[in-house]
Design a binder for this molecule. Structure first.
Ligand code: SF4
Ligand code: MG
Length: 323
């Protein structure tokens, strides 16, 4: 399929003031020069510990944040520097689903008004047609049309996430950025929501960026997976390839943290415990940002930043060990 989203050298730095005397500005380098693409109809998983920049990446792509540098190509057009007015058509084409559906829903509005609000914002329809479309959307996400008259607090976490998804679908988007959409849900509910997202993707031809903090669920929904660490993309590959042949030491550690479905078969899969915390993105380590926690770190790792290089077809990793 053709490439729908093409992120080129994207950076997002947040300025902060430091010190009382000379108030110099420092920058949190939340996303620091990352590139990847997503094909139409594909799901790209984006994984990393909290603070690695994955949410910032999603929010910058949808232009909730202005990028510091780089290109955000959507359907062949760079939307990185468009004004709010110029962005209007893209506000329909790109939608976001959030981690905490309760926080992202206006609790004083009925479910019907929440799902129908985008129709007003984009002047799409009103009255009877709007009501019919809301009912249709509720059914699409496995809820009941009668639910339109109720309020968010009357629903479970999983149902609220369905409401958030219905609202995102209202404007018939092409691309959905899902920022940890299942992290706050019970494990038993997670699979249901993931299955529903997959069914909707097949039915509606949607393209997904699926953000998650660990690798356990993304495997099932993603065609390809990118791994982020401290603002950098350190590895990207097809899902199966990433699971079977992880190349980057950080990816290996993340994978080893997933409980193995069959403990008897897990002879080799020893858990790699990462020492220490993620360093501050205000002052990331020189060279390889992972070096303070990497058991393979060598002198070169402090001096030279490893760049993403292809280790096999369609599989890239940024580590000096590959040389
Ligand atoms: Fe570890 Fe060095 Fe590779 Fe970084 S470049 S992951 S520190 S071996
Ligand atoms: Mg986040």
């Amino acid at each position: 399929n053709e490439i729908l989203v093409d992120i080129q050298n994207l950076k997002k730095y947040f300025p902060i003031k430091k010190g009382f005397i000379n108030r110099e500005t420092q920058y949190v380098k939340a996303v620091d020069d990352i590139s990847f693409h997503i094909r139409k109809g594909e799901t790209l998983g984006l994984v990393g510990e909290s603070g690695c920049g994955k949410s910032t990446t999603g929010r910058t792509i949808i232009r909730l944040y202005d990028p510091t540098a780089g290109k955000i190509m959507f359907g062949g057009k760079d939307i990185a520097n468009l004004s709010q007015k110029e962005l209007k058509p893209y506000r329909k084409k790109i939608q976001m689903i959030f981690q905490d559906p309760y926080a992202s829903l206006n609790t004083r509005m009925t479910v019907g008004d929440i799902i129908g609000e985008p129709f007003d914002i984009h002047n799409m329809c009103s009255g009877k047609e709007k009501l019919e479309r809301v009912h249709h959307l509720l059914q699409k996400v496995g809820l009941n049309p009668d639910h339109a008259a109720r309020y968010p607090h009357e629903f479970s976490g999983g149902q609220r996430q369905r409401i958030g998804i219905a609202r995102a679908l209202a404007v018939e988007p092409e691309f959905i950025i899902a920022d940890e959409p299942i992290s706050a849900l019970d494990v038993s509910i997670q699979a249901q929501v993931v299955n529903m997202l997959e069914d909707l993707q097949n039915e509606l031809g949607l393209t997904y960026l699926f953000i998650a903090h660990d690798l356990s669920m993304v495997k099932y929904i993603s065609n390809r997976i990118g791994v982020m660490y401290l603002g950098k993309l350190v590895e990207i590959a097809e899902s199966d390839e990433l699971y079977n042949n992880p190349a980057h030491p950080y990816t290996k550690a993340l994978l080893s943290a997933i409980p193995h479905p069959d403990p008897n078969a897990a002879k080799e899969s020893k858990r790699i415990v990462l020492e220490g915390d993620v360093p501050s993105p205000l002052n990331p380590p020189s060279g390889c940002r992972f070096r303070t926690r990497c058991k393979y770190a060598m002198p070169k790792c402090a001096e030279v930043e490893p760049i993403l290089k292809e280790v096999s077809s369609g599989h890239s990793s940024a580590c000096h060990l590959h040389e």
